[in-house]
Write a protein that binds this ligand. Structure first.
Ligand code: GCV
Length: 686
């Protein structure tokens, strides 16, 4: 009897643990349901089968009838758009011009329910702002991930195509649930091997799994592949043999994957080969690939992230390279431009290329993985950053020409509209390394669908689906998310400072960074230019004149120290330490207060989180708690390193009302670590 009780207790405990175990693997798709929906469809297909399955297994309310129907009648909502109407207590109908649209409609309906936002009567009409909503994986074929902080690559190349991880389907499902419809599987620093028959068979296996979820596969290609893989003497885009090689390759790919999306290309950038190796232009290179893909409706996403170690300001180079080529690209080429002119910094102005290319299609590239925002150690919710760029007015076609409207086809009709985000996924159980990091994947998808959603709306949805609907949790946790990006800017690089990270790893401060013999434009001192007079990069007319790349009136506003937004002041100006800011503080004082504020905000994140323990599972609570400790420790590290270092130039006291540095600069200069050390919290700041 005693043994039976023990066994029963054990069984109960196991069940209880199982019910409450939350390892983050279900992301925002955690509905447990008793399936009360009867679903009817006017058509059968693999995509519709997924929609039906989702509705049948995720519907939580009263028993209902759900009709889903493909109908050409509503073509005005575009291919992926849908209508949802009816009464969620009785009958609901989802209609779309495509199967894919029905699937998105199904996820929309389920999201309303999972977030407790189901109205009494449904009248939803939705269509996405961008036609192609794409994740970029910087995953290598050895399964390492460039700038990846959540384990190894999801793609088990060594086991493909025979063994198919269940995670592939979960990945596709998560993407479909937020409207992402494309994925570039491999790193832009592309290994040509991905184009071999052996690897294309593996890519096909993934494409087959993703297809019912409407997720198209794209590949990054190495521009030199015709040479390195094809054995040709060169990769000159005007060489007939090279053209033929790519035509054949496209044919081979489409024979395997008929709905293949196209190529992403990083050319003549950071050591990658490109058309300029043969005296040709980016347009020559992009068009050659575009022509190869054209018969199959494939596209080329050609990256504008190009810069060379010249005397020219790095922030100006992409514009200088691409503006003269405006109008020369094929209509299935789109130029993929990072949100800012340098490189995914905690805050950058928008890239001046947006709007400057008037006869060339442009798309934006965001970074979801937190290369420059504390890896998977820091809680930094990126929707405010994404929206800041999308909502920026370029003035390219007069007031109101926001980056969003330039890129989504509103202001300039485009054959292809697209948006990309560099993924933060890996094979860790919770997908992204930090339990809050999936919020950035989620936010990217939601904004790609509708960039008019607010950061607050998206955070609210994500929290409800990921943790709990309890308002006592939601409201404070949402506030944490909403302040977190500005906190990060404050403790890392306030007032427009940028790129003062430790070399290569891009984690932690190294404002003193100067490496004899190395590339100037990879060194922190190149970016902050601190000296006895002041700090900041003069990009006004007296400096590099990068401001001239912006349309009026922005060129004047950014170029005028008195009118330049203070949160970008040191991006555009070299400012004297004693220059007075709007607050009445000198620049030096403002810098000190900003770092202090950043540290305090990090501490506030900790304080708020600790109060939320009772509302969620212990596993995720404890993991986030320990990450917040790291974040706060790092914030202090940043503050001390930057203030102590800049003080050697300003020679001014740190205002006495803020907390004193607790480190010595000499000790901070000795800190050494690898990316792995950082992720294991195995770096020591004395
Ligand atoms: C994929 C930055 C990163 C590189 C990245 C590059 C790019 O320089 O540090 O890791 O390479 O951007 O976007 O191509």
């Amino acid at each position: 009897m005693k043994r039976q009780i023990q066994l029963l207790t054990l069984a109960f405990l196991t069940l209880a643990l199982h019910v409450h175990a939350e390892d983050g693997s279900r992301l925002w798709l955690r509905s447990d349901t008793t399936a009360q929906a009867t679903v009817t469809a006017n058509k059968q297909s693999p995509v519709i089968a997924v929609a039906i399955h989702e509705l049948q297994t995720q519907w939580q309310g009263a028993p209902v009838r759900l009709n889903i129907a493909v109908t050409k009648a509503i073509k005005s909502l575009g291919n992926d758009g849908y209508l949802i109407d009816g009464n969620p207590q009785t009958v609901v109908t989802i209609t779309s011009a495509s199967e894919q649209g029905l699937l998105y409609g199904a996820y929309h309906l389920l999201r309303l329910q999972a977030t407790q936002k189901m109205p009494a009567v449904l009248t939803v009409a939705e269509s996405p702002k961008y036609e192609r909503r794409i994740l970029n994986h910087w995953d290598n074929m050895d399964r390492s991930i460039e700038r990846g902080y959540a384990g190894r690559s999801l793609w088990e190349w060594e086991k493909l195509p025979d063994t198919l991880s269940p995670r592939y389907k979960e990945y596709a499902r998560a993407n479909a649930s937020i409207g992402i419809n494309g994925t570039v599987l491999n790193n832009v620093n592309a290994n040509p091997q991905i184009l071999t028959a052996e690897y294309l068979a593996k890519v096909k296996a993934l494409a087959d799994i993703f297809r019912p979820y409407g997720l198209k596969v794209y590949l990054s290609v190495n521009f030199a592949a015709s040479k390195t893989l094809g054995g040709l003497p060169d990769a000159d885009p005007l060489n007939k043999e090279v053209i033929q090689w790519w035509n054949n390759k496209a044919k081979e790919i489409y024979a395997l994957i008929p709905d293949f999306g196209g190529f992403l290309v990083k050319a003549n950038s950071e050591g990658q080969s490109g058309p300029q190796d043969y005296g040709r232009t980016h347009a020559d290179g992009a068009n050659m690939l575009a022509d190869a893909l054209k018969p199959y409706k494939g596209i080329v996403m050609w990256r504008a992230f190009v810069y060379n170690p010249t005397k020219e300001d790095r922030a100006k180079q992409a514009y200088q390279e691409f503006v003269p080529l405006d109008g020369q690209f094929r209509d299935n080429v789109i130029i993929q431009i990072k949100n800012g002119p340098v490189d995914f910094q905690p805050r950058e102005p928008f890239s001046p290329l947006f709007g400057a290319l008037q006869r060339t299609q442009e798309m934006i590239e965001f970074q979801i993985t937190q290369e420059y925002l504390g890896f998977s150690n820091h809680l930094v919710y990126l929707a405010p950053l994404f929206k800041e760029t999308l909502d920026s007015d370029t003035y390219a076609g007069g007031q109101g020409s926001t980056v969003a409207k330039i890129t989504d086809g509103t202001l300039r009709p485009a054959k292809v509209t697209a948006i990309a985000g560099v993924a933060n996924t890996g094979d860790s159980a919770n997908w992204c390394g930090h339990y809050f990091a999936p919020a950035n994947w989620y936010a990217f998808g939601r904004l790609a669908w509708n960039h008019e959603l607010t950061s607050e709306q998206i955070a609210d949805e994500w929290l409800r689906m990921t943790f709990t609907a309890d308002e006592r949790f939601i409201n404070p946790a949402k506030e944490m998310m909403l302040v977190s990006r500005e906190a990060c800017v404050d403790y890392m690089m306030p007032l427009g400072l940028h790129h003062i990270f430790s070399f290569n790893a891009h984690y932690g401060p190294q404002p003193w960074g100067y490496f004899p013999g190395g590339r100037q434009d990879w060194m922190p001192v190149y970016y902050h230019k601190a000296d006895s007079l002041g700090v900041g990069f003069d990009r006004s007319a007296t400096g590099s004149n990068a401001v001239s790349q912006y349309f009026p009136p922005l060129n004047d506003i950014y170029g005028d120290i008195a009118r330049c937004p203070e949160n970008m002041l040191l991006w555009f100006h070299h400012v004297s330490w004693t220059h007075k800011l709007k607050s009445g503080n000198t620049l030096w004082e403002e810098l000190c207060y900003a770092y202090e504020r950043g540290v305090n905000k990090a501490r506030d994140l900790q304080k708020t989180w600790d109060r939320l323990e009772q509302y969620i599972d212990g596993e995720r609570f404890a993991a986030v708690q320990s990450k917040l400790q790291i974040q706060t420790k790092d914030a202090v590290w940043w503050k001390d390193a930057c203030l102590l270092y800049f003080q050697t130039f300003s020679k001014l006291p740190i205002p006495y009302d803020i907390e004193r540095p607790i480190h010595k600069m000499d000790d901070l200069k000795m800190v050494r670590f690898t990316q792995d050390d950082v992720l294991k919290n195995n770096y020591c700041i004395k």
